[in-house]
Ligand binder design. Structure first.
Ligand SMILES: *Cc1c(COP(=O)(O)O)cnc(C)c1O
Length: 349
């Protein structure tokens, strides 16, 4: 029995063709600016995102941490949505590295976790110069929103929040580790989704199937500062073209197929939603992530994870009664349908 691993879309392994591209990559020392594959990837991603420049970094977390460091001052407020990656999955790095504090806005339970509105932003904003209150330095939007269930932002909200931020002198950052999924879901261009923001991060090691790598993109002066900051975080690389080549390959071959992952997630979710004890609103399945809750009296998340594993399906316990299943490049339609059956039967008892 082969395992269907839906714990995350980070579990994808580089395909033979991707490995081939990596093996053949032209490389040089990136600290001399001489790595052609790295330079090509940076130029390509900057163009896709409609930004002046982009920088290859080790991880989505590193992109986020560089952005926080460059766009805030210690003591600033950072406004972000509930259960953001920056708050939940970066081991306190924002506090340790940049000395900022979070002000979490928007719904904290039910549907729409991670999303918020211009009104939320304005109500939470604090001006500089106050005797006792910390100033708002940065607003962060995560699109798609991972813990919200891969939710895709309404672009009108994004535009309104970023415009308000600009008006108030607050910087804006898009945690777009899952931006490729957002674009596949709403049919808008990456450049349109990135346009409202000062700085954007994107990840290659999720749905695009790369072994490693993210990029941070924005105005040239900020990206120049990011080069130094990356080095200060110990993330400066040398012949990084070996991994950058995987990114170039992925953008060429794996970007256009992301919609398949979304369709597979939806098909799987439809099956799971029919099972007793499952709380799953299908309108929340907007990309490649399915998050469902286990009703009182139904098996809890740890039980679901353990039972599904016995049947060859791996999923994540996101909270005591919350399970996440993520579709990706390495699981096809049949595998997702089978996983849906297994999860539904596991919920049954
Ligand atoms: C995965 C992810 C990241 C970065 O994760 P790394 O493991 O550091 O690459 C950042 N933001 C979001 C929304 C993510 O889903």
């Amino acid at each position: 029995m082969s395992t269907i691993d839906l714990r995350s879309d980070t579990v994808t392994k580089p395909s033979a063709a991707m490995r081939q591209a990596m093996a053949q990559a032209e490389v040089g020392d990136d600290q001399y600016g001489e790595c052609p594959s790295t330079n090509a990837l940076q130029a390509k991603v900057a163009a896709l995102l409609g930004k002046e420049a982009a920088l290859f970094v080790a991880s989505g977390t590193m992109a986020n941490q560089i952005a926080l460091k460059l766009l805030t001052r210690p003591g600033d407020d950072v406004i972000l949505g509930a259960e953001s990656h920056i708050e939940w999955h970066e081991t306190g790095a924002a506090a340790a590295n940049s000395g900022v504090q979070f002000r979490v806005v928007g719904p904290r339970e039910g549907n729409g976790i991670g999303l918020f509105t211009e009104a939320d932003f304005r109500a939470t904003y604090r001006a500089p110069g106050h005797v006792v209150q910390p100033p708002t330095g940065l607003v962060v939007i995560e699109n798609t929103h991972n813990r919200g269930g891969g939710l895709v932002w309404n672009q009108d909200d994004v535009v309104a929040i970023c415009a308000a931020a600009r008006e108030l002198g607050v910087r804006s950052y898009l945690d777009g580790a899952r931006l490729f999924n957002a674009a596949a879901a709403n049919g808008r261009s990456l450049a349109e989704l990135a346009a409202p923001f000062d700085v954007v991060g994107v990840a290659l090691s999720k749905g695009l199937g790369c072994p490693v790598g993210s990029l941070i993109a924005g105005p040239r002066d900020i990206i120049n500062a990011a080069v130094r900051q990356r080095r200060m975080f110990g993330g400066a690389m040398r012949q990084s073209g070996i991994v950058a080549a995987a990114g170039l390959h992925a953008l060429e071959h794996n970007l256009a197929r992301l919609g398949e992952d979304h369709a597979n997630a939806r098909a799987m979710a439809q099956r799971i939603a029919q099972a007793p004890g499952v709380l799953l609103d299908l309108s929340t399945v907007q990309s490649n992530i399915v998050i469902f809750r286990c009703a009182e009296g139904a098996p809890d998340a740890a039980t679901v994870v353990a039972r599904a594993k016995v049947h060859g399906v791996m999923v994540s316990a996101f909270a005591a009664r919350t399970v996440r299943a993520t579709t990706h490049l390495d699981v096809d339609r049949n595998a997702c349908l089978k996983a849906g059956e297994v999860l539904a039967s596991v919920m049954q008892g």
